[in-house]
Design a protein around this ligand. Structure first.
Ligand SMILES: CC(C)(COP(=O)(O)OP(=O)(O)OC[C@H]1O[C@@H](n2cnc3c(N)ncnc32)[C@H](O)[C@@H]1OP(=O)(O)O)[C@@H](O)C(=O)NCCC(=O)NCCS
Length: 213
């Protein structure tokens, strides 16, 4: 397979690059969008500062940041900087299981050990972190993040830019609105309105004007 670019030259960028390599991709290089962040690990690789991106420089890419809002803003910025030529790659770790009857869209990263069940549909630019499970016929909007070890039951509807923290559980038939944050370890037993921060067992709304994460 040809090389893909990883957006993010820092800790999580390296983890996503590992997933891409396990999935059989070569790494074309990293796009660094915040050079001010101290980074202890460096890798021998082509590094392109985002401000130096010119049309045609990046052809296919995935984003390596857990923030849904940052991912969206970088995807939109890269669309402009690349003159619309940069296309989303999709990366699925070989130990993950994506049902042949599930659909994922461009830009989605599925990390090791995750399972996406039959009939599930994920929008563009989702991130499914390690060991998460997404139940049958559950739908996700664009730019969602599913933390490590999260379990989302069947027939749920998770709207765009929602972030589900490490180890949370969402019972089946639940709707979680857009731009929500589900705290680590929460158990979501009821529908959650847009722009909510929820946490706890059972999950309670802590903030209802949450901007998204
Ligand atoms: C829910 C969350 C957003 C709250 O963050 P915060 O507003 O900075 O909260 P604080 O750390 O200041 O804690 C505020 C209080 O909530 C409690 N709290 C924090 N997170 C909690 C959680 N997930 N569940 C239950 N209680 C939690 C704290 O213990 C603290 O309680 P106290 O006031 O009695 O001491 C955050 O803790 C969280 O769960 N983030 C998700 C992290 C994650 O999954 N990352 C994935 C990386 S791959």
């Amino acid at each position: 397979m040809d090389g893909i670019w990883i957006i993010g030259y820092r800790d999580f960028g390296f983890e996503v690059a590992d997933v891409a390599q396990e999935a059989g991709y070569a790494i074309a290089g990293y796009v660094e969008y915040d050079a001010s962040e101290k980074q202890e690990e460096r890798r021998e690789a082509r590094i392109l500062p985002i401000d130096e991106m010119t049309p045609g420089a990046v052809d296919r890419f995935v984003c390596a940041m857990t923030s849904t809002l940052l991912r969206q803003s970088l995807v939109e910025r890269i669309a402009v900087l690349s003159g619309g030529t940069a296309a989303p790659a999709s990366v699925v770790h070989p130990s993950a299981t994506v049902s042949r009857h599930a659909k994922t869209q461009g830009g989605t990263v599925v990390m090791a050990g995750s399972v996406i069940a039959s009939g599930a549909k994920l929008g563009q630019w989702n991130l499914v972190n390690r060991g998460a499970t997404i139940g049958h016929h559950t739908q996700f909007g664009d730019y969602c993040t599913v933390g490590p070890g999260v379990h989302v039951g069947g027939n749920c509807n998770i709207e765009r830019n929602t972030y589900i923290g490490i180890g949370a559980t969402v019972l089946n038939y639940i709707r979680i609105g857009s731009h929500c944050l589900v705290g680590a370890g929460a158990v979501v037993t009821k529908d959650v309105p847009d722009h909510s921060l929820v946490m706890g067992v059972p999950a309670r709304v802590i903030k209802s004007d949450f901007p998204g994460r």
